[in-house]
Ligand binder design. Structure first.
Ligand code: 5AD
Ligand code: SF4
Length: 436
C-alpha cells in the first residue's frame, strides 16, 4: 500500500454547496482518502460549483484553465467538477477542458469517490449528470468544518421557476427529507457539541412530508436537547402560513431573524420575475411578522437591472428598501442566464445603469443598517461565541440571535458559550462591545 491519496476540495456558492462539500469530504475520508488544503500535493482536485450568476461561473472557468498546464505535467492528477455548474455546463466543460476527468451533476455527488475511481482507471473522462435520479436525502458521513454550528438540508430542489433563476434547472424537482432523517441528523450534531442549526432549502416554507409541515418540523427540531438556536433559509414570501409565524413566535430556540427575499419593489417586475406576490402583500406579511415577533430582524435579497426595469421600477425598489427598513440586504446585479425565461425577456438594462442602481442601493442600505445598529448602542445582547475575530485575534467574535456580528474582548474559554455583551460601538456590519 502506498501513501493515502489526497483530495483537495474547493467550494463556490451557497450554503447548500458548503453542506454538500462536507458530505463529499466525509465520503472520501470514509474511503481512506486524506483531505488536504494544499492543492499542490493533491492527487485529486475537486471544484464544487455554483451557477446562479455569471461571475460565479467565470471564476470556475478561470480556475479550470489555470489547472490545465499542471494536468498536462501530471497525467495521474484527477481534476473533477461537481455542483450546479457541472450540471448546467457539462458538455461545454467536456469540450473546452479535456483535462477535467470527472463531471458530476447535482444528483450524483454522493457517488463522487466511485466516479473518481473510474476516472483513475484511465479510460477517459467520466460524466454523470442524470437528473432523473432521486435527490440525495439520506444522512451520509460528513467532515464538518465547525463544531458549533451546522447546516441541515431539509429539502432539495426548487419548483418556483422565478424567471431569472437557474436553480430549478440545475437542482431539479422539490423533495422534502423525512422528519426522522432531519431529526436524526440534528440529534447526532447535538451529541457532537453543535449548538446552532440552520435548516436549509430553496423554499423551506413549502416543506412537507406526509402530514408534517415546516412549522411542525421546527417544533420537532426544537425538542432536540442541546440545540439552542435554530435558523432557517430561505422563506419565499408567497407562502408564509400563520401557523409558521406562530411557531416562530412561540419557540424560544428559533432565532429572531428572518431572511425574506423581496427581489424588487415594483409589482410589474415582480410579476415578470414570476414571484407570485405584490409589494403590498409583502408589506402586509412583514407587518404581520413584526406584529407577532417585535424583536425580529429582517434581511432580504434584491435584484437590480432585471429586463424591463425602468427608472420608475427602480425607484419603487429603493422606496421599498427605505420603507421596510431591513437590517441587512444582499443586493445583486441581474445576471443573464441562458436557459432561464428572463434570458428571452427584453429590453435588457444596460450594464452601466445596472452598476449605478446597484451602487445606489448599496449605499442606501448601508445607511439603513447603520441606523438600525446605532439603535443597539447600550443594549445587552445574547451572543453565541464562535471563535476569535478574524481581523483581530485578541478579540472574540460571535453572532446575536438576530444574526448581527459582534466583536468583543474576552478569553478563549468563552468560545462555544452564550454570553451577554453590552454594545458600545456600531458599524453597518458589526457591533463592538464588552462582555457583561
Ligand atoms: N442574477 C443575479 N442574481 C440572481 N439571483 C438568482 N438568480 C440571479 C441572477 N440570474 C439572486 C436572487 C436570489 C439569490 C440567492 O441570488 O436574489 O434570491
Ligand atoms: Fe431560484 Fe426562485 Fe427557486 Fe429561489 S425560489 S431557488 S430564486 S427559482
Amino acid at each position: 500500500m502506498g501513501a493515502p491519496r489526497r483530495v483537495h476540495l474547493r467550494t463556490y456558492g451557497c450554503q447548500m454547496n458548503e453542506y454538500d462539500s462536507e458530505v463529499i469530504a466525509g465520503l472520501f475520508e470514509k474511503d481512506g482518502w486524506v483531505l488536504t488544503d494544499d492543492e499542490a500535493v493533491a492527487d485529486v482536485i475537486l471544484l464544487n460549483t455554483c451557477s446562479v450568476r455569471r461571475h460565479a461561473e467565470d471564476r470556475v472557468w478561470g480556475a479550470l484553465f489555470d489547472l490545465r498546464e499542471r494536468a498536462m505535467r501530471e497525467p495521474g492528477l484527477i481534476i473533477g467538477i461537481c455542483g450546479c455548474m457541472a450540471q448546467a455546463k457539462a458538455q461545454e466543460i467536456a469540450r473546452r477542458c479535456p483535462h477535467v476527468k470527472v463531471i458530476c451533476g447535482t444528483r450524483a455527488f454522493n457517488r463522487l469517490p466511485e466516479l473518481v475511481a473510474r476516472a483513475s482507471e484511465g479510460k477517459g473522462g467520466v460524466i454523470d449528470i442524470d437528473m432523473t435520479r432521486e435527490p440525495y436525502l439520506a444522512d451520509l458521513p460528513k467532515k464538518r468544518r465547525c463544531r458549533l454550528k451546522a447546516f441541515v438540508p431539509i429539502m432539495r430542489g426548487c419548483e418556483n421557476y422565478c424567471t431569472y433563476c437557474v436553480v430549478p434547472y440545475v437542482r431539479g424537482r422539490e423533495a422534502s427529507r423525512a422528519p426522522e432523517e432531519v431529526l436524526s441528523e440534528v440529534e447526532s450534531l447535538a451529541r457532537d457539541g453543535c449548538r446552532e442549526v440552520m435548516l436549509l432549502g430553496q423554499n423551506v416554507n413549502s416543506y412537507r412530508d406526509g402530514g408534517v409541515s415546516f412549522a411542525e418540523l421546527l417544533r420537532n427540531v426544537a425538542g432536540v436537547a442541546g440545540i439552542e438556536r435554530i435558523r432557517f433559509m430561505t422563506s419565499h414570501p408567497k407562502d408564509f402560513p400563520d401557523e409558521l409565524i406562530r411557531a416562530m413566535a412561540e419557540i424560544p430556540q428559533v432565532c429572531r431573524h428572518l431572511h425574506l427575499p423581496l427581489q424588487s419593489g415594483s409589482d410589474k417586475i415582480l410579476e415578470r420575475m414570476n414571484r407570485s406576490y405584490t409589494f403590498e402583500s409583502y408589506r402586509g406579511l412583514v407587518g404581520q411578522i413584526r406584529g407577532a415577533i417585535p424583536q425580529i430582524a429582517l434581511s432580504t435579497d434584491i435584484l437590480v437591472g432585471f429586463p424591463g426595469e425602468t427608472d420608475d421600477d427602480f425607484k419603487q425598489t429603493a422606496h421599498a428598501l427605505d420603507e421596510i427598513g431591513f437590517d441587512s440586504a444582499f443586493i445583486f446585479k441581474y445576471s443573464d442566464r441562458e436557459g432561464t425565461r428572463a434570458y428571452e425577456l427584453k429590453p435588457k438594462v444596460e450594464e452601466e445603469i445596472i452598476v449605478r442602481r446597484h451602487a445606489e442601493l448599496l449605499s442606501m442600505q448601508e445607511k439603513i443598517s447603520m441606523e438600525k445598529n446605532r439603535k443597539l448602542l447600550g443594549a445587552s445582547l445574547e451572543v453565541l461565541v464562535e471563535g476569535y475575530s478574524p481581523r483581530n485575534p485578541e478579540r472574540l467574535f460571535g453572532r446575536t440571535g438576530t444574526n448581527k456580528r459582534v466583536v468583543f474582548g474576552g478569553g478563549g474559554d468563552l468560545i462555544g458559550k452564550l454570553v451577554y455583551v453590552i454594545i458600545r460601538e456600531a458599524t453597518p456590519l458589526t457591533l463592538i462591545g464588552e462582555e457583561i
